[in-house]
Design a protein around this ligand. Structure first.
Ligand code: OXD
Ligand code: MN
Length: 595
């Protein structure tokens, strides 16, 4: 296709002069091209074809062992004013960001091909959508982008001669972990990523564009770009939609694809997946909030995924999937810890080393087959529960928004906020305990407002202000809830079974959103009365429901001190309303303790 967009052509030429590739190749997005590029990736050793009988169209890839996760300490917002990045982001002056990355980019593609990938986040041409163009020297990135986004000629056509696009420049360069930079220039609508080929750092449409850059643009344009799944719940011919934001390791992909539990089967529920990671939300002509999933695929964590925890994910990745950093069996199958069935008798693990079941290191610790952050990249269209509306250019109307974290104590199974502003406070005070899979002290609480700490592209104080402002702009706002699937009893065991059973909580949430459903007022918000949750067919330990719904003012008072400290770092960028919410909650708790 002829490149008629002068600015795009000039930007690609300029970077070709800097990176000096052997050739520049424009990705057209056709199936014939995908097959050609897969072949090339195999020939160059970047991908291994899996057993095509069992895994048709699927491949295995391994990234450098120092390059297996997002690197937040090397991720920067390069706004002109440091205060606009805020205290929760790393900041570099734009000139310094460009200069440092240019040094690494110079001649970095010598001997390689520079691929140019025009892509659309959101269905091509939808009023929700944004176009980006990723320049990359990684075939792995190209093949993943072809799953995760709509890419190729159709996007160039949509861009026309002068359409706006986010400039996304990526080079693996030398994969040196000390010279890795993930830079965002929101005022230039540009991203530069060097030194990494890991998904979240290198598939620039996802976290970089659809969250960090988009959140900045959303504030200016009056919409929301959020780290949320989108789920449709159908019953009696009506489908209602919720969004949900959770920090990592809280089961977002599982909730997005849940299977109704046995006990609720008689009610005839159908669950529809619209998205599992990112939601773009706009006020619709009817005054409701409408949501769209900007992605076209799932980039899911493999370990822990099996046909008990997420049968729909297992079915989604049966074909046309790229598996990264899992165990590659000698039988050309894939396997991961807490996955499906027995491991293969032998294989090569995520580090590229020979592996067999039961293998231990010199200290006697088990050697993992798959990295805890190993992934599957699979087309969303292959998900059995994919919503018929997942590509609707208008999006889907949202009845409720859910925030959640992992808390052994404190937070009840579910509570409803009192109104939009209180809901924003609830989202802003989300925190989650670290799991063994993450670096840091297990059980330590990390504050993660709206699950956006690593992804908000601007000052989070201003972000809370934008959320409050959105409340004024949405004539019929969704209700806001908080859930906690992870509360434990005195015996240290989880009180709630989670997974498909979570539909029982979503059912109550939707009934409240319709103005139905029974609830009890507490200082933190409204919790279900014990009889308000349909627990048909579920056998919980005696007293578990009461414990799950218990709100203990003493615990919340202690929590408030932590929230206050967290808010303090935003100084005068924290909206006064957030302090007012904090003080009001403190007052409600005090009167409860005194009573
Ligand atoms: C992801 C993440 O990969 O949140 O979705 O890290
Ligand atoms: Mn995510």
């Amino acid at each position: 296709m002829d490149i008629t967009h002068a600015k795009l052509k000039a930007w690609v030429d300029e970077n070709a002069r800097l990176c000096r590739p052997d050739q520049v190749y424009w990705v057209d997005g056709s199936e014939a091209e995908r097959a050609r590029l897969q072949k090339r990736a195999v020939a160059r050793g970047f991908l291994t074809p899996l057993d095509q009988e069992r895994f048709p169209g699927s491949y295995y890839g391994r990234s450098d062992r120092n390059d297996v996760a997002r690197t937040e300490h090397q991720t920067f917002i390069c706004s002109r004013d440091k205060a606009d990045a805020g205290p929760t982001n790393n900041w570099l002056p734009p000139q310094e960001g460009y200069a440092k990355s240019a040094e690494i980019l110079k001649d970095s593609m010598a001997g390689r091909t520079m691929y140019v990938v025009p892509f659309s986040m959101g269905p091509v041409g939808s009023p929700f959508s944004k176009i980006g163009v990723e320049i990359t020297d990684s075939l792995y990135v190209v093949l993943n982008m072809l799953i995760m986004t709509r890419a190729g000629d159709k996007v160039l056509k949509q861009l026309g001669r002068d359409g706006a696009f986010t400039k996304c420049l990526h080079s693996r360069a030398d994969l040196n972990p000390d010279r890795r930079l993930i830079l965002h220039f929101p005022e230039d609508d540009a991203i530069v990523s060097v030194g990494s080929a890991y998904g979240g750092n290198a598939l620039l449409g996802k976290k970089c564009l659809a969250l960090r850059i988009a959140s900045w643009q959303a504030r200016q344009e009056g919409w929301l770009a959020e780290h949320m799944l989108i789920l449709g719940v159908e019953k009696d011919g009506r489908t209602e939609y919720v969004t949900a934001a959770f920090p990592s390791a809280c089961g977002k992909t599982n909730l997005a694809m849940l299977i109704p539990p046995q006990g609720l089967k008689a009610k005839g529920y159908k669950i529809w997946t619209v998205g599992d990671d990112i939601a773009w939300l706009r006020v619709g002509p009817d005054g409701r909030l409408w949501a769209c999933n900007p992605e076209a695929g799932f980039f899911g964590v493999a370990p822990g995924t099996n046909s008990k925890t997420n049968p729909n994910a297992m079915l989604t990745m049966r074909r046309n999937t790229i598996f990264t950093n899992v165990l590659l069996g000698d039988d050309l199958g894939v396997w991961w810890e807490d996955g499906e069935g027995a491991p293969p008798a032998s294989g090569v693990n995520w580090e590229g080393k020979p592996w067999r079941p039961g293998l231990k290191d010199v200290e006697g610790k088990p050697v993992l087959g798959a990295h805890p952050n190993s992934r599957f990249t699979a087309p969303a269209a292959q998900c059995p529960s994919i919503s018929p509306k997942w590509e609707d250019p208008e999006g889907v109307p949202i009845s409720a928004m859910i925030f959640g974290g992992r808390r052994q104590r404190l937070a009840p199974l579910v509570f409803e906020s009192l109104d939009w502003s209180h809901g924003v406070y609830v989202g802003a005070s989300v925190a989650s305990e670290r799991t063994a899979a993450a670096v840091g002290k297990v059980g330590e609480v990390r504050r993660d407002p709206m699950a956006m700490i690593p992804f908000c592209g601007y000052n989070m104080g201003d972000y809370f202000g934008h959320w409050l402002e959105m409340g004024r702009r949405i004539p019929k706002p969704p209700k806001i809830f908080h859930v906690n699937w992870f509360r434990k009893g005195a015996d240290g065991k989880f009180l709630w079974p989670g997974y498909g059973e979570n539909l029982r909580v979503v059912e109550w949430i939707l009934s409240r959103a319709r103005g139905e459903g029974k609830a009890k007022e507490t200082p933190i918000g409204r919790v279900p009365t014990p009889d308000a949750l349909d627990l048909t067919g579920l056998s919980l330990a005696p007293g578990a429901v009461e414990q799950l719904l218990d709100v203990r003012p003493e615990d919340w008072t202690a929590e408030l001190q932590d929230v206050r400290r967290f808010f303090d770092q935003f100084g005068d960028r924290l909206p006064a309303e957030m302090r007012r919410q904090l003080d009001a909650l403190s007052g409600r708790l005090k009167s409860k303790v005194a009573a």
